[in-house]
Design a protein around this ligand. Structure first.
Ligand code: RP5
Length: 179
């Protein structure tokens, strides 16, 4: 399932590769990896195993179908899906699984300012939700995936709490430096 860039990413994060993957991070093309790497890195920092793959809704529809239909049985609990342009991957995957799907709109080479990706992922019909983050917002997608896992995993919830404490500390530091 992994393309060579994704394999390199896994090599760069051997701990994550060794951990049982519970989040599936997929993208329509390896050209999306520059953005989707942020999701992988945040998951890694929370100690969450991720399975990274290129799965294209348009170029490999059968692969997408197999991926989405087998995701739960393979142990995945959340899917983070990024795509640009006519970004059908997150919505199509959401239609094929009962796992929560977080969509990352990507401003890609074939995208018109990113609005096409945002609207393709955001404007889902009733019944098939995709939790859509901001344009290129893969980091937030990783954090949201961790928050979903944190509802039943105390270790992940503690890591998220520490992360939020750190954000708070940084704002306090900003205020201290303003004066
Ligand atoms: C989308 O088309 C992909 O998700 C990517 O964002 C965009 C461009 O793909 P490449 O032509 O760079 O492979 O399906």
């Amino acid at each position: 399932m992994m393309n060579s860039k994704a394999k390199n990413l896994a090599k760069a994060n051997p701990k994550s590769a060794a951990r049982k993957p519970v989040v599936g991070v997929i993208m329509g093309s390896s050209s999306d990896l520059a953005i989707m790497r942020d999701a992988c890195e945040v998951l890694e920092s929370f100690g969450i195993g991720a399975d990274v793959a290129v799965v294209s809704a348009h170029r490999t529809p059968e692969r997408m179908l197999d991926y989405a239909k087998s995701a739960r049985a393979r142990g995945l609990k959340v899917i983070v899906a990024g795509a640009g342009g006519a970004a059908h991957l997150p919505g199509m995957v959401a239609s094929l699984t009962t796992l929560p799907v977080i969509g990352v709109p990507i401003k890609s080479s074939n995208s018109i300012d990113g609005w096409d990706s945002v609207l393709s992922i955001l404007q889902m019909p009733a019944g098939i939700p995709v939790a859509t983050v901001a344009l290129n917002g893969a980091r937030n997608a990783g954090i949201l995936a961790a928050a979903i896992l944190g509802t039943s995993d105390a270790r992940v919830a503690r890591r998220l709490e520490a992360y939020k404490d750190e954000l708070k500390r940084k704002v306090e530091q900003m205020n201290a430096e303003l004066l």
